[in-house]
Design a protein around this ligand. Sequence first.
Ligand code: IMP
Ligand code: MG
Length: 187
Amino acid sequence: MEANRAMYQDLESILYTKEQLAEAVKKLGETITRDYQGKKPLMVCILKGASVFFCDLIREIDLPLEIDFMVVSSYGASTKSSGEVKMVKDLDRSILGRDVIVVEDIVDSGMTLSFLKRTLLNRGAASLRIATLLDKPARRRVELEVDYSCFDIPDAFVVGYGLDYNETYRNLPDIGVLAPRIYGGEE
Ligand code: IMP
Ligand code: MG
């Protein structure tokens, strides 16, 4: 906390501490371990937001697995995603016949994941599940089944533990609600 004092001043409140996050990630790792017994899942990290969650999660899964990375972006540097999704970096290898688990930081409108789900299923994955750290169900604009989610959160803009505002705050160990004054919103 000490080293990040300046960044903490930009938060309105702390939503989850690093201890709460670690506990939730451990639990999810155990669930995935149980659900994928006898399988070798391919874990796909959606960069950059899911990076911190992903690195912690894969180490809580007691199974042989493989990892790959994708970069997608919804345009702009605002606190609302635009709904337009662009693939910036694709997977390195084929996913034909693989049991894929897509790991995201947060599901908001659902546009990003519904685009990814369609794209990856079209490539012949044997199965595809979505694991997200956070879910904002109130903001969903498309129907999307989320298979694993650690926390449902209210409609607020959150940062930390990989999540950013304008590329900053990703290295906060906790997750907090960003003060609206930082992005010019109303208090
Ligand atoms: P969706 O396509 O609207 O579901 O948007 C998902 C993406 O928007 C996430 O992967 C995040 O990058 C970003 N996002 C949505 N809500 C937040 C938030 O509260 N904090 C930081 N990023 C967010
Ligand atoms: Mg993201």
